[in-house]
Design a protein. Sequence first.
Length: 314
Amino acid sequence: MDFDWSILRSGEQTIYRLRGLYEKYGYRRFKMSKFEAYDLYVRNKDFLVSDRMITFTDARGTLMALKPDVTLSILKNTRPEEPGPRKVYYNENVYRTDKSGETFQEIMQTGLECIGDLDLYHIYEVIALAVASLASIHPAYILNISHMGLVSGFMEAAGVDPADYGEVLSAVREKNMAALAAFCRDRGLSGTVQSLLEKLVTTYGPMDTVLGELAPLCVGGKKTREAWEEISRPYPTEDELEHLEQERRMLWRKVDQLEAENRFLRAELEKFRSGVSRVRANIRQEVTDLDRVLINSHERTQQELLQNWQRREK
């Protein structure tokens, strides 16, 4: 049956396309309530865009908040012992203040989370899905990619105190050259160090160009070199990722099959142990019964011998 996409608004069409894309790579939809306990956001306020939330008290007297974020709810509902990475996507409304900070907005968010013990495949998969997601919205898009290993490696090489990383990162995010210059001046850092930190702000453009500019600066430090090598590896195409995902799913099916066989064998072993226990119990009971028979027979024999002896005596 053909589906008439024209009956859907543009945003609805995008949501359905992204849903099909994510599920093709093994992501499952995460559905949550419109609110969470306010305490969850208070404990993780540094993670949020703003600490302002719409709150209310429920019938139990618990302070609740209309969710300003989805990721925290996903993390809260992820068990550390879950096997393999947890791959979920979501289409959820979040409630945040606007740019003025004076009013709240209801914003539809669509995204995905890949949580757990991740390898390079998972990183490449998420990046490839980000590219495919942007392409499904509009053909003219730009995806910005950075690497915290490069950023922290540059700060480490520049001799920045780890306690000051947050201030430098804030300036880098805002591309605030004046704030970086003031930081270096206040900390007594040299012009060479300032130039190195400014590279974090000024180096921007196509990946191959940027990697070429950063290469001479990344050879000295272990962290920057490893980050540069990781980000400069060729990214697999969508077809290659789909093939890898199919292989991964096949391996997981084999794992599931082996686990099912293991459960069956454990159940059979438990049945065998139960059978052995019953046989042992039966043997013990038979031995006990035989002991009683022997004791009774011995007592009767003694009584008969005693009676015969008494008759002879008479």
